[in-house]
Design a protein around this ligand. Structure first.
Ligand code: NAD
Length: 355
């Protein structure tokens, strides 16, 4: 198969981790006889430096025209003084909106080889951590009106029934393919938008009798994720709650550097990126863990290119690499062999076998 992949390297560790993911994709192409064409696109701080805009229309268009987008990370202190609408992160929000990807999928799964890396007690980890957070991505408070008038700042939170319904469906469909338990997270004791959220979820539940729907307030969910993560199968929630909860969920699995994500909309063209940021503190030092990006590439093969075996091959290679005791600095522990970002990529390529 021939696939055109828009590649956004971005800022900080972005270029380093993306390079390793491309090595892995090249090996997959060689093993399975595919052709992956890479189309470089600029976004974030590097685009501000080049064009004075974090996502010029020409770069967005390259992404829209591609079969999917692989993104490293954007942002850094250098651009902290840039006005709000020109900040690197604004490029990311515009990319998500421009591609129409309204559903962000983040697995929170602990690799057995890394169970010691979780900050949670062993007795909690041993019960298992394996759930997905489905987060609404292009609505809610991040996309509402933002303004400051005198000493008052205003951010507007809006959700329509149709916006809730389409993400709700992804939640139910995802649960249907897994453990058939969906937890809808909101703040319906305070917010009108959450009361609408809850109403729409329950209406949808009638179409999914095989999926067990539960409701949870977001503050309770934040507690339950650390107290008893094994209770969750799929969580569906709105944009800002999902942003915060998915960072919490990733932390309990050990390293932020290990976790991929996918963002999808109505078409198969998705946006795939690790969940972490540009890590300016370790940029250019060959210290970054590229596995979150490599697993994001695997998700791209699975969800956008319908290549499940190729995705399995990458995930097996990551597992074999961990089994052999290799670790980047962020997940290093006693008795393991520390490797840099480049060597990590090389070793995963070395362990990649056709499934
Ligand atoms: P961060 O995720 O970049 O870093 C947090 C900590 O985790 C740092 O100590 C970092 O060294 C470490 N870390 C992150 N990724 C790692 C990896 N792959 N391997 C090893 N260690 C890793 O978060 P931050 O420091 O809050 O943000 C830095 C910049 O990134 C900011 O400008 C922020 O706005 C931006 N950011 C971008 C994205 C994105 O592009 N999607 C997401 C979050 C933050």
């Amino acid at each position: 198969m021939v696939k055109n992949i828009a590649v956004i390297r971005g800022d900080g560790i972005g270029p380093e981790i993306v390079e390793e993911a491309l090595k892995v994709l090249n090996k997959v192409a060689e093993l399975y006889g595919h052709t992956f064409n890479y189309i470089d696109a600029d976004m974030g701080g590097c685009a501000i430096d080049k064009y004075g805009d974090p996502l010029p229309q020409s770069e967005l268009q390259k992404c829209i025209d591609s079969d999917s987008v692989l993104l490293g990370a954007v942002g850094g202190d250098k651009w902290n003084g840039v006005p709000g609408d020109k900040r690197p992160e604004k490029g990311l929000l515009r990319l998500r909106a421009g591609m129409g990807v309204y559903s962000n999928n983040r697995p929170a799964k602990i690799w057995p080889q890394l169970s010691d890396a979780s900050p949670l007690k062993k007795s909690i980890v041993d019960k298992g951590i394996d759930f997905i957070i489905v987060r609404e991505l292009i609505g809610g408070i991040y996309f509402g009106e933002h303004k400051t008038e005198g000493d008052t700042a205003i951010d507007v939170l809006t959700y329509s029934e149709s916006e809730i319904e389409r993400i709700g469906r992804i939640g139910f469909e995802t649960a249907r393919k897994r453990g058939k338990r969906l937890c809808s997270v909101e703040k319906s004791n305070v917010l009108d938008s959450s009361r609408l959220w809850k109403k729409v979820m329950h209406k949808l539940a009638e179409e999914y009798p095989d999926v067990e729907l539960s409701d949870m307030l977001v503050d309770n969910c934040a507690m339950q994720i650390v107290k008893n993560p094994a209770q969750f199968d799929v969580i569906v929630t709105e944009n800002m709650f999902g942003d915060i909860l998915s960072d919490e969920a990733s932390m309990i699995t050990g390293s932020i550097g290990m976790i991929p994500s996918s963002s999808l909309g109505a078409t198969s063209c998705g946006l795939y990126e690790p969940i972490h940021g540009s890590a300016p503190d370790i940029a250019g030092k060959d210290l970054a863990n590229p596995i979150g990006t490599i697993l994001s590439a695997a998700m791209m093969l699975r969800f956008s290119f319908d290549m499940p075996q190729e995705a399995d091959a990458i995930e097996n290679a990551v597992s074999a690499y961990l089994d052999k005791g290799f670790r980047t600095a962020d997940i290093m522990s006693e008795g393991m062999q520390q490797v840099g970002c480049k060597q990590c990529g090389d070793l995963i390529v070395e362990n990649l076998k056709k499934v």
